[in-house]
Design a protein around this ligand. Sequence first.
Ligand SMILES: NC(=O)c1ccc[n+]([C@@H]2O[C@H](COP(=O)([O-])OP(=O)(O)OC[C@H]3O[C@@H](n4cnc5c(N)ncnc54)[C@H](OP(=O)(O)O)[C@@H]3O)[C@@H](O)[C@H]2O)c1
Length: 270
Amino acid sequence: MTSKIAVIGFGNIAKAIITPLFDKNLLNPKDVYCLVNTKKSLENIRKNYKYDINIFQAKSKGSEIIWDCKVKLLSVKPQQLKNIIELENKNNKNNLLISILAGVSLGKLIKIFPNHKCVRVVTNIPITIGKGLTGISWGDEIIEDQKQFIRGLFENSSKIYEFPEDLLDIFLSITSSGPALIALIIEALSDGGLSGGLQKKLSEELVIEMILGTVSLIKETNLTTAELKNMVTSPGGTTIAALRVLENRSLRSALIEAVVSATNRSKEFC
Ligand SMILES: NC(=O)c1ccc[n+]([C@@H]2O[C@H](COP(=O)([O-])OP(=O)(O)OC[C@H]3O[C@@H](n4cnc5c(N)ncnc54)[C@H](OP(=O)(O)O)[C@@H]3O)[C@@H](O)[C@H]2O)c1
């Protein structure tokens, strides 16, 4: 992987994307120019980050060098975007800007960064352990070489899906909000175990292992969810008693509405 990369906002997610590329020698830390907002983060990265990158505090002397990089990864929080002001670089008209900001549309990015070709990416928190899901929506005029380069940035830490932009909101809802929904389900099932007399830690461990096992079974055997449900639901048994409660309380509908609601919220941000 060549050329200099700027990272505007070297926080949790940016580190999760960039660090595996250093680990695998696909990127040289000397070619990466990062910006953070506070002195505290700057010092923390200088002291504790395992690679010697070029790191600057926003608006500090010399930090404008990031605008010389052909590729920029934009990774600030959406509410911090208003503080990022594009510096035009006449020598580098084909600059590429890859935004991972939740709910910021390509149209908005192009207005803020008129001298860049923009790409919108949605990724999720498991990217921090190399198990992310990344959705990419290409802006106009992105050539195949640039697409390959961008895929290369994300494929070491996530599985990549390419979508038209109007499907990114639903992708975000399932993949980015999804981990919170799953965490809530784990928490609630563990509390069920607690109610039955199990220690909290053991109950949570059992729930997590049960979910991992169930998901592996579905993936490895290609069972449909309906087939799996039928396999463990015997007439008049315990599972149908549990499922009856969930149907009574409309869990299915609540989950559908949760996904739709997150999607609508994402559209409001754009
Ligand atoms: N967290 C998630 O689950 C998740 C998942 C997928 C995508 N995302 C997206 O990823 C983006 C980053 O999230 P994150 O969790 O990595 O946030 P984060 O850890 O807070 O990182 C944000 C970074 O931006 C820097 N920053 C803030 N203002 C800046 C400015 N004016 N100039 C330069 N740098 C600036 C911050 O520096 P300081 O530390 O000095 O403030 C920090 O390094 C968000 O837009 C979010 O939508 C997040």
